[in-house]
Write a protein that binds this ligand. Structure first.
Ligand code: SF4
Length: 486
């Protein structure tokens, strides 16, 4: 469920019923420890309100439908929209509500259909990712237990006690071993309360703090000249810019006393190993990506990059490029692809022409609660003539749909799962149970839809089969290895 930690579960089934459900003690990161959300998964799966069969809206009411009926309606719409307006008039909206690779099928399907309109960017962490791509290339992060090698750790704008419980546990272990943990946050969060050193900062002034710290490091000749010479671009310009962030100025901007900033900077630079764990909040402002770039620069000038117990840990994208290779490959068929910024869905739907959007397909997402400017988004989303939504429950987005399709649950299909937020471990998931009777998982749904007469003629034939085969081989290989891929 788009959580950074990616727990793996052991599910014991007897006569089609789950009789025992627990975290997998052999998992290299989560080690059997799960949170309440994870523990409630079975309840969620068995909930009476779960959607278990296709629904079609007739006279403003949802009525039960067969898959054949749904295939007929969707195939007809897809082909007629393609003929009249071109494939750009179809919007494919998917997100991270399900982290398995099989659900990439919706994007693969639409790529092969000729390329459609789709969102780009991220509602939550895109500016930070772009920042770290500039600074480090692919933001891979360190393996989770590397934090135990850090003598000092700055937990900067992150609340792992609530959002990454396995990191929190490791931080507590590190503290016991003698590491100094400093929490920097505008709010005294549960994590901040759990450690001795808490520094309150004004929201989005993190860049000024990092620059003032860098200035102190340079003034005290604590920067790592060897590392800078070998790996750092633009040090002299950075030094001159950081010199403008005196302690007095930083105190005014951040609300942190000059003495505290100085002490923290000296301690960070003098630690043999110093790691930083940053959260998403600080990049959700104008120029927010630069807050992260300033922190990256602080770590770079002290040489705290690429070594054990160091780094600026924001994302863990070491395996995602490998995982998404399959749908990237289908991108060569998407000649008519059009993109818009995901945070501007409402505005995009209101303004788009040539062609306007005639159909929307949503999976693994609930944009009518998640998007900014909701009023505009709901208004313009509901005006689109044909909408299909896959989900477990009747969400705000599903309520606006013309066709609602049930989604398979994590235990109901074989798949591979990954997170790009914290851990570089690939989870193999066996299907412990069959889906509810008559429910067709999205993967099978799109393979079937691709075969429908009218659809088949109008898209790249053969790719879905190829994907199916590749997916099976890929899952099989990974399962044999029982990775972690690091
Ligand atoms: S910590 Fe995350 S992955 Fe683990 S059970 Fe909770 S929500 Fe799921």
């Amino acid at each position: 469920m788009d959580c950074s930690d990616l727990c793996r579960f052991v599910v014991t089934v007897e006569e089609g019923q789950i009789i025992k459900f627990e975290g997998d003690r052999h998992h290299p990161v989560t080690k059997g420890f799960t949170c309440k959300k994870g523990k409630d998964l079975v309840q969620r799966m068995l909930h009476p309100d779960r959607i278990r069969h296709p629904l079609i809206k007739k006279n403003d009411q949802f009525v039960k439908a067969s898959y054949e009926e749904v295939f007929h309606i969707i195939a007809d719409k897809l082909v007629s929209i393609k003929q009249k307006f071109g494939t750009k008039a179809i919007l494919n909206y998917t997100s991270d509500g399900y982290g398995g690779i099989k659900n990439r099928i919706q994007s693969i399907f639409f790529n092969c259909f000729g390329g459609v309109t789709q969102p780009t960017g991220s509602l939550c962490w895109g500016a930070g990712i772009a920042a770290q791509q500039y600074d480090f290339g692919n933001p891979r992060g360190h393996f989770p237990d590397d934090v135990l090698n850090a003598a000092t750790t700055l937990v900067w704008g992150r609340n792992p006690k609530f959002t990454s419980i396995h990191l929190y546990k490791l931080l507590k272990q590190a503290q016991k071993k003698g590491s100094r943990i400093v929490v920097i946050d505008p709010v005294k969060t549960a994590t901040a309360k759990a450690f001795d050193d808490y520094i309150r900062i004004r929201p989005s002034t993190d860049g000024a703090l990092a620059l003032a710290m860098a200035n102190i490091v340079i003034e005290n000749n604590l920067h790592d000249k060897g590392f800078i010479e070998k790996y750092v671009l633009g040090f002299n310009r950075f030094k001159a810019y950081a010199a403008g962030f005196t302690l007095k100025k930083a105190e005014q901007i951040t609300g942190i006393s000059a003495k505290t900033i100085e002490t923290m900077a000296l301690q960070y630079a003098r630690s043999k190993t110093a790691s930083i764990y940053i959260g998403f909040g600080m990049q959700r402002y104008h120029n927010g990506g630069n807050n992260i770039r300033c922190i990256d620069a602080l770590a770079a000038i002290t040489g705290s990059i690429g070594k054990k117990g160091c780094g600026v840990n924001y994302a863990a994208k070491s395996i995602s490029p490998f995982l998404y290779d399959l749908d990237k490959k289908s991108g060569i068929y998407a000649e008519n692809r059009r993109v818009f910024t995901i945070g501007k869905l409402g505005q995009f739907l209101e303004q788009v022409q040539d062609p306007p959007i005639k159909a929307i397909f949503v999976a693994c997402a609930n944009p009518l609660t998640q998007s900014p400017d909701l009023e505009k988004t709901v208004k313009n989303f509901s005006r689109v003539g044909f909408k299909v939504v896959f989900d477990h429950f009747m969400t705000d987005t599903a309520r606006q749909a013309d066709v609602v399709l049930p989604a398979a649950f994590v235990f109901e299909q074989e798949d591979l799962f990954a997170t790009s937020m914290y851990s570089p471990v690939l989870n193999y998931s066996q299907n412990a149970l069959d889906p509810p009777e008559g429910l067709m998982p999205e993967f099978e749904f799109y393979l079937e839809l691709a075969k429908k007469d009218r659809v088949e003629k109008s898209w790249i034939q053969g790719f879905p089969r190829l994907f199916e085969k590749k997916c099976a081989t890929f899952i099989g290989k990974a399962w044999k290895k029982v990775c972690p891929i690091t």
